[in-house]
Design a protein around this ligand. Structure first.
Ligand SMILES: [Zn+2]
Length: 214
């Protein structure tokens, strides 16, 4: 799987979903805060033999090297979520490059894997310039189709997450979720059941994009 990732075409375009009509969905997990729910998330995915995409910050890898290694060793795809989670729109070009490079370096060192070519902007903050600099560094900016709200809505329940994600589900959707959300970890088994019942297959972001190429 990691080898095939390199075949993705990097550009400054923004990706917020796949163009495929097939019932493929990419669940993505951003990691910047807690690592506590990670074992439960990994268990739910492993039980079904599924692989997803995890966007890690460099500081998160530094703080939770064991969790980061477990994610990589389980065969999930890694993406770059910056070093310290700043809004890239407020950084200089050079600061953006530094954020991406430091995270790539620690991912290689701790997980033995590259984060290229997938970048998820902290806070979703991005514009033309950010995407262009990010592309020069070898990354495609990956936004999302559906925000599960697991990081923005306080007291969200697993049922609310499942209901919301399924309400907006469509072929090629990229779903934003978070490694630090206990509600997401709890929701996963029922969410995966619901997706399966509707004929959806869960894939990595790069597999989704490859399936969407003309
Ligand atoms: Zn984030």
């Amino acid at each position: 799987m990691p080898a095939a990732v390199a075949s993705l075409k990097v550009s400054s375009r923004e990706v917020d979903g796949g163009g495929t009509k097939a019932k493929l969905v990419a669940l993505t997990f951003d990691a910047g805060s807690s690592a506590e729910p990670v074992p439960k998330i990994l268990r739910a995915l492993a039980q079904r033999g599924l692989h997803c995409t995890f966007f890690l910050t460099g500081q998160w890898i530094e703080r939770y090297p064991e969790a980061a290694r477990q994610i990589a060793e389980a065969g999930h795809e890694l993406g770059n979520h910056s070093w310290s989670h700043p809004a890239f729109t407020s950084l200089s070009d050079e600061q953006i490059r530094e954020q991406l490079r430091r995270t790539e370096e620690i991912a290689q060192r701790v997980c033995g894997r590259s984060t290229k070519p997938l970048f998820r902007p902290p806070f979703g903050a991005r514009d033309e310039r950010v995407r262009a600099v990010v592309a020069e560094e070898g990354y495609l900016t990956i936004y999302w189709t559906i925000d599960s709200w697991d990081s923005v809505k306080k007291d969200i329940t697993p049922q609310m997450i499942t209901d919301r994600v399924m309400r907006y589900m469509r072929p090629g959707a990229i779903v934003l979720m978070h490694c630090g959300s206990e509600a997401t970890a709890e929701a996963l088994p029922q969410l995966l059941n619901a997706l399966e019942a509707q004929g959806y297959q869960v894939v990595t972001v790069s597999d989704l994009l490859r399936a969407s190429e003309p």
